[in-house]
Design a protein around this ligand. Structure first.
Ligand SMILES: C[S@@+](CC[C@H](N)C(=O)[O-])C[C@H]1O[C@@H](n2cnc3c(N)ncnc32)[C@H](O)[C@@H]1O
Length: 197
């Protein structure tokens, strides 16, 4: 059965992201994904990282699609979505990995701060945080396509918008995380890898 509502961008970026996560999450046991969206990343990463448990989460309106997509998994290491809204407390205990893709430019700055508050509370010492998406550097776009994307995001919701990498790193450091790597990814995206001190 063909599932509608899938993302072509996820199909394009899941391979390059997995290549990095394979190294970063090599010793990780339980990953919480924030804003699982369509569930395509969860399906792909869990299948290729069978040593870990992948916990999906998102706002409730996305749960039906996530469940449909992860329902096609052959393995048993993906958990159905938690109702996790960054504006509220997170409904789980500690994990040793957190992954999120394309969320920090969607939610408001206030919710980005709430994201790091949650990371501080729920990521265990030595745990890995990976954030995938487009970022600005020193207040500047890294490409014309990112500039156009930012304009379209802000037209749709004035609270959305590309975040400055340094602002994100500062919030992470204040939450007890250290930037371990800032990896260039295809299509002017980045993968920020932090480790919880
Ligand atoms: C652009 S989509 C990215 C989805 C997926 N991670 C991907 O890369 O395709 C942004 C995601 O953020 C989620 N989101 C928006 N507001 C949120 C909030 N307050 N708390 C948690 N997730 C939120 C949306 O439901 C959506 O799944």
């Amino acid at each position: 059965m063909k599932i509608s509502g899938l993302s072509q961008a996820c199909e394009n970026n899941k391979g390059p992201i997995l290549a990095e996560l394979t190294q970063i999450f090599a010793q990780t046991q339980r990953v919480l994904e924030i804003g699982s969206g369509t569930g395509q990343h969860a399906l792909h990463f869990a299948a290729h990282l069978p040593h870990l448990l992948w916990q999906t989460s998102d706002l409730a309106y996305n749960h039906a699609l996530i469940k449909q997509v992860i329902g096609t998994a052959e393995g048993d290491n993906i958990l159905p979505p938690l109702a996790l809204d960054l504006g509220q407390s997170w409904p789980l205990a500690q994990v040793d990995g957190i992954f999120t893709a394309n969320t920090l430019h969607i939610v408001s700055e206030e919710l980005v701060r709430a994201f790091f508050h949650g990371v501080k509370q729920h990521l265990s010492q030595g745990g890995n945080l990976c954030i995938y998406g487009p970022f600005n550097y020193n207040g500047a776009y890294t490409s014309d396509s990112n500039a156009r994307f930012d304009t379209s995001l802000r037209q749709r919701d004035p609270l959305s918008g590309l975040r400055d990498q340094q602002w994100v790193v500062d919030l992470a450091e204040a939450a007890g995380l250290e930037l371990a790597a800032d990896i260039a990814m295809p299509a002017n995206n980045r993968l920020l890898h932090f480790i919880r001190r």
